[in-house]
Ligand binder design. Structure first.
Ligand code: PLP
Length: 397
């Protein structure tokens, strides 16, 4: 047990700091945004409509609703299908807090179940056990960009009359058994946050059944029966009716202009992500101190995150120190995620203990996300590999 921690004798260090996830913005995006600013319409309007059409076609969904965040999309999805007090929604602890916060926002009860050890996505067998007469929906998260076991989840949903709301914040573009995530007939929320595979700085898209999206659209803009574009365009009317106390979740045309260019570049950016992943996995796949992420044969991974897992029994340092060592070598990294049940609001309210979801809890302690984005040069990739290799060689037992 008592392994002396060697001093951090850094054999390798990058010259400049490599940030974890800078946005990939070209001159094209800058021009598109400036053009929009020079036009007469800057908020929700023709570019937002265009982006909704092109994005939903890309993810093979019959409809899309552009929003100011993925969190808004998840919240609207729950509100649209009338989930509220007394209802239970089953989701995963291995996610960003917003997937669960929105369940609280509608007054429903989040029911967490543990994840599968290989992909860290929600375990359908545990979902089955957690279903009660109060269960209304399952909210799976395509963790890191690896699609969840959708067939098993869909089967449970059909058997028990549940809705599925997909958190696809990481899953653009991803495929499950040949079908795009977004095209599986569930309300599905994407994120265009600054670090995501496609960014509009802040933004999101809800895809799914057009009828449900019509209601979500009304709720996304104050619960008004018409949106501002229709009201103020030449043939629009001044008249509107508030039919529900809605929210203010609409996307602007400035964001949509950015998104339209990013969408044109997504396949090329994605190919670059795959290139990075291949380099990392070639370098780390054979190191017994490390566990590399997998892509199951029936899916196409979106590779939003490259989540390396440390085999802590083979290292003299913990994950925290590993991140410090990366930083000392000028490499940015991150942790996805602090499991939901370990945040004080949730552990206090529901009495959750760390070990209640043992896989999420134990894997959390050994995950580290390496830089993975389309701005990485081959030298950047080599520097990450050199730093990780150096740390492993310095601290292996
Ligand atoms: C980023 C993220 C969100 C929230 O996205 P926003 O667009 O910032 O609201 C939700 N879920 C997961 C898993 C995320 O990583």
């Amino acid at each position: 047990m008592n392994h002396p921690i060697k001093p951090s004798a850094s054999h390798y260090k990058r010259d400049t700091f490599l940030p974890f996830s800078p946005p990939d913005i070209s001159e094209q995006e800058i021009e598109a945004v400036v053009d929009t600013l020079r036009s007469s319409w800057i908020t929700t309007g023709p570019k937002t409509k265009d982006f909704e059409g092109k994005f939903s076609a890309y993810v093979e969904s019959p409809g899309g609703l552009a929003l100011n965040s993925c969190t808004a999309g998840l919240h609207l999805a729950l509100a649209t299908i009338n989930i509220g007090p007394g209802d239970e929604v089953i989701t995963t602890p291995m996610t960003f807090c917003s997937s669960v916060n929105v369940i609280e926002h509608v007054g429903a009860t989040p029911i967490l179940v543990d994840v599968l050890p290989d992909t860290l996505t929600i375990d359908p067998d545990q979902v089955a056990v957690a279903i009660t007469p109060r269960t209304k929906a399952i909210l799976p998260v395509h963790y890191a960009g690896h699609p969840c076991e959708m067939d098993a989840l869909q089967k449970l949903a059909e058997e028990h009359g549940l809705a599925i709301i997909e958190d696809a914040a990481h899953a653009l573009p991803a495929k499950y058994k040949g079908k795009m995530i977004g095209g599986l007939n569930n309300l599905t929320a994407f994120s265009f946050y600054a670090t995501k595979n496609l960014t509009t700085a802040e933004g999101g898209m809800l895809t799914g059944d057009p009828e449900l999206l019509t209601r979500a659209r009304m709720l996304s803009l104050h619960g008004m029966s018409r949106d501002a574009w229709n009201r103020y365009s030449a043939n629009g009317s001044w008249y509107y009716e508030v039919v529900s106390p809605g929210f203010k979740y609409n996307m602007t045309d400035i964001q949509a202009a950015l998104g339209l260019v990013q969408l044109q570049r997504i396949n090329e950016m994605q190919a670059h992500r795959r290139h990075v992943v291949t380099q990392y996995t070639d370098a780390f796949g054979n190191m017994p101190e490390l566990q590399v992420p997998i892509e199951k044969p029936e899916v196409e991974h979106a590779w939003h995150l490259y989540v390396l897992r440390l085999n802590l029994d083979r290292l003299s340092i913990d994950r925290g120190q590993f991140i410090t060592e990366l930083k000392e070598r000028n490499i940015g990294s991150s942790v996805h995620f602090i499991p939901v049940h370990m945040h004080p609001y949730y552990s206090d309210k529901y009495g959750w203990q760390p070990e209640d979801f043992p896989i999420a809890y134990h894997e959390f302690q050994r995950v580290v996300s390496l830089p993975l984005n389309s701005t990485l040069s081959d030298e950047d990739i080599e520097s990450v590999i050199a730093a990780v290799t150096d740390i492993v060689e310095t601290f292996r037992l």
